[in-house]
Design a protein around this ligand. Structure first.
Ligand code: DMJ
Length: 610
């Protein structure tokens, strides 16, 4: 039957087509305009999660369990690997991938002191005292790893024990690593041959590696009184502070030219190759008794840029994550939507800032907020004032809680209960990609119903039953909001590190419970007869163990879990600063004489000292 016979004239058909076309255009224009401002139905709902109500005494017993886990790992290392670097926990042998100076023993010293493990500590010391930190000619040691694990370990053990023999060893090592700074810019190069005193490495440096040593060298300068250590940290702060970072709102990019001291790329991340450099802006300020204003400014700029531009919320479960982006031109930025386990330290850093900084009264610590981001980024590209309608303390805490919650969920979602190294978040959906700040603004405009986006409790995801083919199972993960990109858990600390910081800052027992779930999963899945092993295929019911137990598992993962469950606050965050390998260093202030000697300018000093 023709359309004419059914009463449709071709004019009417054309009008109908034109009308539908106009409707489509209107709909898509609306979608584009609302990409960054989600509609009401995107407002997250809180899942109902039942947290146990256990007597508080239970945590002391859990701290003991972590101590026993440490003893199991360390005794296995002592038996099969000491004095080599790390235990291979499946073959019960050793590896030497960190200079052959017994990295597990040195990295573990301060954990032993905090746990009261005197015997293990005493057994480790003679080997450490006999190490001369030299290697055969033509073998270079990596500067960054050597600083954070060895130098940080020695300094922290010295600070906790007052044993001056450790200070002597730290001084010896600090001096042997100094050739790393023989670059035109003053940024350290990748490696040093400590036998010949010669530096080596590519002319371009990775951000984390060139910037994560200031805490260790400043403290070493303080306790030895040596100018060559302390002034280097000042120089590097000035290099970063004076760099042209207009394109990134003041956030440091990932690669730097070691000759010119200028940024080398436009890649922004708080994950691999960058992480601890961002961590050290706030921590350098805190370690030097809140005197180093330049580092504080750089911390505020970096967090502002991250919150505005690198934090997103997933379409279905409203998982909040921090990712990385490359800027090719100001108008051409590409976001990966990868979320790395390494980035899970970031919520802990934000929480530390919330505790220690007057974020809503930065003027009181000498920061001129207007100057802070002037000439950096206009409001629509996420400058400081884009956050000004909120209380900054609240905002930083919500960001911390929301990201840490996602870190936890990536563990809780897996059959093993262990978190993968990298996930790829599902960006977009019906309403397009959503920046977290857009969701926060929508939540605010709509009367702040429920917790802020991503902050409320979430239930773990589980695969619908009865799926057989890989295709079916892959398709089902759409409702999970991410795919697992790197399926291994390398016994890393970042997630529990953030739980510890959030527990100390908020007193919310849910962070302890989340940490407890992680610890139980490690015990269940990673324990071997001699120690703990990295776990591959965390997304499968039957994972595969890898023959590796990194030293940071004892230095960081077990230390943070222990401190999380211990009731007593033995490392108060206002008196100690953890280096990026979880070695606590005591807060100190420069004297006026030291400031003059080390070139510490007024920007680095409190008004009382300057
Ligand atoms: C540690 O060696 C340090 O925390 C470093 O800053 C990054 N990653 C590892 C642990 O994951």
């Amino acid at each position: 039957m023709s359309l004419h016979r059914r009463g449709f004239s071709s004019r009417r058909v054309l009008v109908a087509i034109a009308f539908s076309f106009a409707l489509c255009i209107l709909y898509y224009t609306h979608l584009r305009n609302t990409q960054s401002d989600p509609l009401p139905e995107l407002i997250p709902e809180e899942d109902v999660v039942f947290w146990p109500t256990e007597p508080p005494e239970i945590w002391a017993e859990r701290a003991v369990q972590v101590k026993n886990a440490f003893l199991h790992a360390y005794h296995g290392y002592e038996r099969y690997a000491f004095p080599h670097d790390e235990l291979t926990p499946l073959s019960n042998a050793s590896t030497n991938s960190f200079n052959k100076w017994g990295v597990t023993a040195v990295d573990s010293l301060d954990t032993m002191l905090l746990m009261g493990l005197k015997d293990e500590y005493e057994r480790a010391l003679p080997m450490i005292m006999n190490t001369n930190f030299s290697l055969p000619a033509n073998t270079a040691v990596p500067f960054f790893e050597t600083v954070i694990r060895y130098l940080g370990g020695l300094l922290s053990a010295y600070a906790l024990s007052n044993d001056t023999r450790l200070l002597t060893k730290a001084d010896e090592l600090g001096a042997k690593l100094l050739p790393a700074f023989n670059t035109e810019s003053g940024f350290p190069v990748y490696a040093v041959n400590t036998y010949e005193g010669v530096e080596s490495g590519p002319p371009v440096g990775m951000l984390a590696e060139i910037a994560s040593w200031q805490l260790e060298y400043s403290y070493l300068g303080k306790i030895t009184g040596k100018e060559e250590y302390a002034e280097r940290a000042t120089l590097i702060t000035d290099l970063f502070y004076n760099a042209n970072l207009t394109f990134s709102g003041g956030m440091y990019p990932t690669k730097w030219d070691l000759t010119s001291g200028e940024p080398y790329d436009l890649h922004l991340s708080v994950g691999a190759a960058a992480d601890s450099a961002h961590e050290y802006t706030l921590k350098q300020y805190l370690l030097t008794a809140q005197t180093d204003k330049e580092n504080l400014e750089m911390y505020i700029r970096m967090t502002t840029h991250v919150i505005n531009n690198l934090m997103f919320i997933s379409p279905q479960r409203h998982l909040v994550y921090v990712t990385d982006m490359s800027t090719y031109k100001l108008e051409d930025t590409r976001v990966t939507h990868h979320f790395e386990h390494l980035s899970c330290f970031f919520p802990g850093l934000l929480a530390l800032g919330v505790k220690m900084l007057p974020l809503d009264d930065l003027e009181s610590v000498g920061i001129n907020v207007e100057e802070l981001t002037r000439d950096l980024l206009p409001r629509d590209r996420g400058g400081y004032e884009a956050l000004s309608e909120f209380n900054l303390t609240d905002l930083h805490l919500w960001a911390a809680e929301a990201i840490a919650q996602t870190c936890y969920i990536t563990y809780a979602d897996q059959p093993t209960g262990l978190g993968p190294e990298t996930v790829s978040m599902r960006a977009g959906g019906k309403f397009g990609i959503t920046r977290w700040m857009s969701a926060v603004r929508a939540w605010d405009r709509q009367g702040r119903r429920g917790p802020p986006p991503g902050v409320g409790d979430k239930l773990p995801w589980s695969e619908p039953p009865g799926l057989v083919s890989t295709k079916e199972r892959d398709r089902a993960t759409v409702t999970r909001d991410y795919g697992v990109r790197n399926i291994a858990y390398y016994l890393r600390p970042e997630t529990v590190e953030s739980f510890y910081m959030l527990w100390r800052v908020t007193g919310d027992v849910r962070w302890r419970y989340r940490g407890w779930h992680v610890f139980q999963a490690i015990e269940r899945e990673a324990k071997t007869s001699s120690g703990y092993a990295c776990v591959d295929r965390v997304h499968m019911k039957v994972p595969v163990l890898l023959d590796s137990m990194p030293s940071y598992f004892l230095a960081e993962t077990l230390k943070y879990l222990y401190l999380l469950f211990l009731d007593e606050d033995i490392v108060p965050l206002d008196r100690w600063v953890f280096n990026t390998e979880a070695h606590p260093l005591p807060v100190f202030a420069w004297t006026p004489e030291e400031s003059v000697a080390y070139g510490i300018t007024e920007e680095h000093l409190p008004s009382a000292v300057s």
